[in-house]
Design a protein around this ligand. Structure first.
Ligand code: BGC
Length: 249
């Protein structure tokens, strides 16, 4: 096995975060590089930004990347909060060419959930665990006996006649200037819907706003226990690095 640390790349609607990751500790192993997501967020524009951010990290580790999209066998299938030209793009080929490294690409919430299951709030939970990321959109990752069901996309469930994420994402709280309690009321309704579908053992609340969990988590009303993501916004980077190809020597 290569001794090089894998690199995690978390591609979001507003920023792209890159760092080497220590998989023994489940933590960033060096400075995190953050660059703004280019507009429009086309495949070529993002690939160029990712290539220079990866080149700025010491070493030659392989790369795991997350996208805010359904990703099947490295191919992007949906684009809710990125440029529509991503649909059908072979993201693995694109980023391998751009970075000249071996890469793997997965859904952002699946990556964050995998990191929380291995290193954070999900540890030791063997039943159904549902991680929800609250940001520009709503991402989901569902586990049973620690095994991920990929690309669940529960942020797009219909709720109150629209996509749940168009009503309850963190970006909606900001845009509509909702109070914490108004937003918590919407989130409770959404979590209640998930409860009735999946009867989870645990909800894990992630995404950038998990740093402000004291403002809204105590206001949530639901039967399922709720834990806040322990890796907060680094969960995506760590989870990305977890899927980086393991190079043979
Ligand atoms: C996308 C998901 C993604 C989530 C969080 C949603 O709009 O459809 O794939 O996980 O946003 O970024």
């Amino acid at each position: 096995m290569s001794s090089e640390l894998p690199i995690g790349v978390d591609i979001g609607g507003s920023g792209i975060k890159v760092a080497p990751v220590d998989l023994d500790k489940g933590a960033l192993a060096g400075d995190r590089v953050r660059v703004a997501t280019p507009t429009p967020a086309t495949p070529a524009a993002i690939a160029a930004v990712v290539a220079s951010a990866v080149a700025a990290i010491a070493g030659t580790g392989t790369v795991g990347l997350t996208m805010p999209s359904v990703v099947v066998d490295g191919v992007v299938k949906t684009a809710s909060n990125i440029d529509a030209s991503w649909i059908g793009t072979d993201a693995v080929s694109l980023f391998e060419k751009a970075t000249s490294r071996r890469v793997a690409v997965v859904n952002d919430a699946d990556a964050a959930g995998s990191a929380e299951m291995r290193y954070g709030a999900g540890r030791g939970h063997d039943g159904v665990v549902v991680l929800i990321t609250l940001g520009t959109g709503i991402g989901s990752a569902v586990f049973f006996k620690g095994v991920l069901v990929p690309n669940t996309e529960l942020g797009h469930l219909r709720l109150h006649h629209r996509d749940a994420e168009d009503w309850a994402a963190e970006s909606v709280r900001e845009r509509e200037k909702l109070s914490w309690s108004e937003w918590a009321h919407r989130l409770s309704s959404y979590l209640g819907h998930l409860e009735r579908l999946l009867y989870p053992e645990l909800f894990v609340i992630g995404g950038g706003v998990s740093h402000k969990s004291d403002k809204f988590v105590p206001l949530l009303e639901c039967t399922t226990p709720i834990e806040v993501a322990q890796l907060h916004n680094d969960a995506g980077i760590v989870g990305a690095a977890m899927v980086a190809p393991v190079e043979a020597t």
